[in-house]
Design a protein around this ligand. Structure first.
Ligand code: COA
Ligand code: AMP
Length: 632
């Protein structure tokens, strides 16, 4: 079947399309129907089905006689180790961990925070929660204690599962002290913690609260899978919004299973026994969907890679992993390719490896710039597929569905909408615009299975953030256009979210941290273009009248504060003191205009600007930081 037929068959009868897709899932009780629209515009899928995620990702493959197949390969250049876990081993390990959690009182609906690096135990912890119907919330290791504390207070976990440490090139990340500090800061306290001790750094356990990962599993009975309702939350994943308070995206169990399974063949063109690799981190949505759940649900082998595209040990690492493990489909962020291209522009290291297993490269997480796409195509000789999605959707809104039909690639476009997504570009008044015209990208409701039904304990925020601006639509927060052939182009965010090395960050959250500095009266954080990371945050600081601290000291403090409060992943290293910030007459800071100045782009003087002379002052200040940067 061709893409048009598949998309058309969904459009003609969505109910039939998704009920058919649901047949690939093992149900304890089959759902009577797909869509539940009783609370529109809040929609749910497969609500009256009974199902378990861990059964579908692990046990059913063992039951079907594939227990010897490798489920997970841990490839860790930072610890110089590699090992494999079969489906049968994974089942035993997860059932044991779930049994130990259950013995400590964890059951259906309890929240469990997971704070772990790229080790298979992170996936095992996720699956153990899923086995019990407990709701996990994985927190990325590059966030600081404060961010972890905010998530603890929001999710109110009964337990936290953490590793003793993570390993970044050149330094050990001390997870345990970060965890202890976060629990100290949070108002909510978990009943207990489980610590996976790594040999690179063994952490001190707090008597009565902390349990050793191995010891606490001793002698417990393994747990069976607990069936849950289709709309039971599988997990909560926090993502950046416009403020420092992250949004807790809820993932519903049944829709997640059905949609992810469908994507593996249709989009990634893989099936049982194929090796699939997403080089991301379990802390992000790509890690949830495509390191952990989807490959396992589809019976593939997934790779947990603990390293970086460069420096572990060199820019050939990705090629080594693909060659050694015979990866068929590979998924990463464009920034990783930019990092490799910078170190090995001629792709000399590519030639050292046999990459004949590789069928396609998938890019997402940020805009795939044409230079990077062309370079990757030339080096690897396989289709380079840009696809567009968000934490909120959990799977691709737009892609080139290789498993259905390879559509012509248009560089700069993530191609066409996937079944389930009726994507439209709207003007400010909510009316669809003509092809080629820029506007807000929205998806006609309902969103398909697997996408967020809401935010954790924040229905009003969910409605306000996504549903109210364009009634009848989901507002993506991205702006762009659709061309005459129906291809989508994603151009920019419409809010204060920036994308740094494929990581979604809130400039509003950074401003909240800077505003707490005693010398800072007012500030703005903008995202400026960066050749490696796509964007970098840059702070403009106005100091209090009485402040006589040297500016360099205040800047240094501010850089330290963001690192301490948000974490190293914010990559906040650029800040400058200015006298005034440009504003409209109604007092709105003109961030967009400052971005244009920093990026060296032409801009129209905003008609409502209070005092145009301030822009010259801003340009002079940005120049001291080297912006606009030299081309390239
Ligand atoms: N735990 C602790 N710290 C982490 C971390 C983690 N899991 N991940 C990143 N950090 C730290 C880094 O060590 C770095 O700290 P530093 O300021 O002390 O150097 C900081 O956070 C910024 O990290 P990053 O943005 O990753 O920059 P980098 O310079 O270390 O590496 C790239 C640059 C391009 C190689 C890297 O960003 C990369 O591999 N990106 C791929 C992105 C990706 O997979 N995104 C997921 C969405 S698909
Ligand atoms: P996240 O929720 O972290 O996955 O970030 C989602 C955001 O990243 C989207 O709203 C886009 O702004 C951006 N993004 C993700 N994939 C793409 C892509 N293929 N092209 C352009 N932007 C993308």
């Amino acid at each position: 079947m061709a893409y048009n037929d598949v998309y058309g068959s969904w459009k003609a009868d969505p109910e039939r399309f998704w009920m058919q897709a649901a047949e690939a899932i093992d149900w304890v009780a089959k759902p009577s129907r797909a869509l539940f629209a009783d609370n529109a515009p809040l929609y749910e899928w497969f609500v009256d089905g009974q199902v378990n995620t861990c059964w579908n990702a692990v046990d059913r493959h063992v039951e079907a006689g594939h227990g010897d197949r490798v489920a997970i390969i841990h490839d860790s250049p930072v610890t110089h180790t590699r090992h494999e876990i079969t489906y049968a081993e994974l089942q035993a390990r997860v059932a044991s961990l779930a049994g130990a959690l259950r013995a400590k009182g964890i059951g259906k609906g309890d929240r469990v925070i997971i704070y772990m690096p790229m080790v298979p135990e992170a996936l095992e912890a996720m699956l153990a929660c899923a086995r019990l119907g407990a709701i996990h919330s994985v927190v990325f290791g590059g966030f600081a204690a404060h961010e972890l504390a905010v998530r603890i207070d929001d999710a109110q976990p009964r337990a936290i599962i953490a590793a003793s440490c993570g390993i970044e090139p050149g330094r050990v990340v001390h997870y345990k002290p970060l965890l202890d500090a976060a629990i100290e800061q949070a108002a909510h306290k978990p009943d207990f913690c489980v610590i996976f001790q790594r040999e690179q750094e063994v952490a001190q356990l707090i008597e009565g609260r902390d349990h050793d990962w191995h010891a606490f599993q001793y002698g417990v009975a393994p747990a069976d899978c607990v069936a849950v309702e289709g709309n039971h939350p599988a997990y909560i994943l926090y993502t950046s919004g416009t403020t420092g308070q992250p949004k807790g995206v809820v993932r519903p169990t049944a829709g997640h299973l059905v949609a992810l399974h469908w994507t593996m063949r249709a989009i990634y063109d893989v099936g049982p026994g194929d090796v699939f690799w997403a080089a991301s981190d379990v802390g992000w949505v790509v890690g949830h969907s495509y390191i952990c759940y989807a490959p396992l649900i589809a019976g593939c082998t997934t790779i947990v890679f603990e390293g970086k595209p460069v420096g572990t040990p060199d820019a050939g690492t990705f090629w080594r992993v693909i060659a050694e493990h015979k990866v068929r489909s590979f998924f990463t962020a464009p920034t990783a390719f930019r990092a490799i291209k910078r170190e090995d522009p001629e792709g000399k290291l590519v030639r050292d490896y046999d990459l004949s297993s590789l069928r396609a490269l998938y890019l997402a997480g940020e805009r795939a710039d044409p230079d990077t796409v062309k370079w990757a195509e030339a080096q690897l000789g396989v289709p380079v597929i840009d696809h567009w999605w968000q934490t909120e959707t959990g799977w691709a809104i737009a892609a080139n569905p290789l498993g259905i039909e390879k559509l012509p690639v248009k560089i700069g476009s993530p191609s066409v909408p996937m079944p389930g997504y009726d994507v439209q570009v709207l003007d400010e008044g909510g009316h669809p615009v003509a092809p080629g015209t820029l506007g807000a990208i929205a998806v006609k409701l309902p969103l398909p299975p697997g996408t967020l039904p809401g935010l954790w304990n924040a229905e009003a925020r969910f409605r306000k953030s996504y549903l109210e601006h364009f009634p009848g639509y989901y507002e993506t927060g991205d702006a762009g256009y659709i061309d005459e052939d129906g291809y989508l182009y994603i151009m920019a965010r419409t809010d204060d979210v920036i994308n740094v090395a494929g990581h979604r960050l809130s400039t509003g959250g950074m401003e909240e941290v800077l505003a707490n500095h005693p010398d800072v009266a007012e500030c703005a954080v903008i995202g400026v273009a960066d050749a490696l990371k796509g964007q970098l945050p840059l702070g403009l600081l106005c100091l209090n009248k009485g402040s006589n601290r040297p500016h360099e000291e205040v800047v240094k403090d501010c850089v330290r504060l963001v690192r301490e409060q948000i974490g190293p992943v914010a990559a906040f290293k650029l800040a400058v003191v200015v006298d005034r910030l440009p504003k409209t007459r109604s007092g709105k800071i003109l961030r967009g205009t400052m971005v244009k100045i920093a990026d060296g782009e032409a801009f129209k003087m905003p008609a409502t600007i209070d005092d145009p002379a301030i822009l010259d002052e801003i340009a002079a200040a940005l120049k001291t930081l080297g912006y606009p940067a030299a081309a390239g």
